[in-house]
Design a protein around this ligand. Structure first.
Ligand code: NDP
Length: 333
């Protein structure tokens, strides 16, 4: 496996990215030097946060460099090792996705214990998106007994786990997603009231129908009109975990703020943004809880899979047009 393909950032998008922003190139991998391994990537993830990294702006994650391979989570298999801690056949988690393989220091890789899960689960339910759901709901929003929970982006990688954790803990859950297939999926995982926001244009009315007494927790994945509706519906001492605002990631002008932000005051709402990397300490506890929920049939997951590195841009673009049900993934090799 000396020759591999990788996806490079060719130009920076303005607004919604297009195929023109990406290029596919071939590279020859060097043999692993001391302390290095060679890895064949089996699965790579595409995530909404990568859109921000395509811009040349300072943020919590540095921008991708023009003309260089993009990167992100990947699960691969060691094909050659020059490090005593790894041997051919080991499954590893890396941040060297968007390519079919690589030679790199072993120190940057995490050896995976599959725990009976398929390897790609470590890019979704048992990885960063799953932990985001857990940390955002339980630590940031501080879920407590009898809370009514509203989740936007509810049929995606993060949102579907939020809904299921809240249901596993006995809460009433209102989930919003776009389209009939996603709505049906949400019903199948026990969401009490489903909003197909593409069909129901009046989000305030839709939310009032699902939560006549109002909501206590809002897990925000999309921002915009969903956030405004959540503020309108919030009860006294509601907590908002602001996880993402995908509805504005491709905006070319600063989007209008929520017009009803003043509701934070009278309702004593706590609204808190968070980045999952500040909550990695919860990972062992999350995996323990997740294993129990999976065994009990309380948490399940869906994947939308594109095949081949050349399809990685399609998979990524599909995040912004709602093509994924559950975790969006690219299968390699
Ligand atoms: P998803 O699997 O939810 O995929 C993205 C989904 O967003 C699409 O399927 C689509 O679903 C929805 N969407 C796209 N455009 C819009 C829009 N304009 N309005 C409403 N919904 C839209 O992605 P993830 O689960 O990986 O991420 C969900 C959110 O969480 C994102 O905002 C992401 O940035 C954020 N995130 C934050 C993290 C953190 O540390 N704070 C970590 C991980 C993710 P539909 O068809 O329903 O519209």
């Amino acid at each position: 496996m000396a020759e591999v393909r990788e996806v490079r950032l060719k130009s920076r998008p303005v607004g919604m990215p297009t195929h023109e922003n990406f290029e596919i190139a071939s590279v020859t991998l060097r043999d692993p030097g001391p302390g290095e391994v060679q890895v064949k990537d089996l699965w790579m993830t595409v995530d909404p946060y990568m859109r921000g990294r395509m811009n040349d702006v300072k943020s919590y994650a540095p921008p991708y460099a023009l003309g260089e391979a993009m990167h992100g989570g990947a699960v691969g298999q060691v094909t050659a090792s020059n490090d005593p801690g790894f041997q051919a056949g080991d499954l590893v988690l890396s941040q060297l996705g968007w390519r079919e393989g690589f030679t790199a220091p072993a120190a940057g890789l995490q050896k995976l214990d599959s725990r009976g899960l398929p390897p790609q689960a470590f890019l979704g339910v048992a990885g960063m998106p799953g932990l985001t759901a857990y940390a955002g709901l339980l630590r940031v929003a501080a879920l407590k007994a009898d809370d009514v929970v509203f989740v936007s982006g509810a049929a995606g990688a993060v949102g579907s786990v939020v809904c299921q954790i809240a249901k596993a803990k006995g809460h009433r859950v209102i989930g919003s997603a776009g389209g009939a297939e996603k709505a049906e999926f949400l019903r199948s995982i026990g969401v009490d009231h489903v909003i197909d926001y593409k069909a129901e244009k009046d989000l305030n009315a839709a939310l009032a129908a699902g939560a006549p007494e109002g909501i206590d927790v809002y897990f925000d994945n999309v921002g915009g009109a969903h956030l405004e509706a959540a503020l309108n519906s919030a009860r006294l001492f509601a907590r908002f975990a602001i996880c993402g605002m995908i509805s504005i990631y491709n905006a070319t002008e600063p989007p209008p703020g929520p017009r009803n932000l003043a509701q934070l005051i009278g309702k004593n709402i706590r609204m808190e943004g968070f980045i999952v990397s500040h909550h990695f300490d919860l990972m062992p506890k999350y995996i323990e809880d997740l294993s129990g929920w999976v065994r009990a049939g309380k948490v399940t997951w869906k994947e939308t899979v594109f095949e081949g590195i050349e399809k990685a841009p399609d998979a990524f673009l599909g995040l912004f047009t709602g093509e994924n049900l559950g975790k969006m993934l690219v299968k390699l090799g």
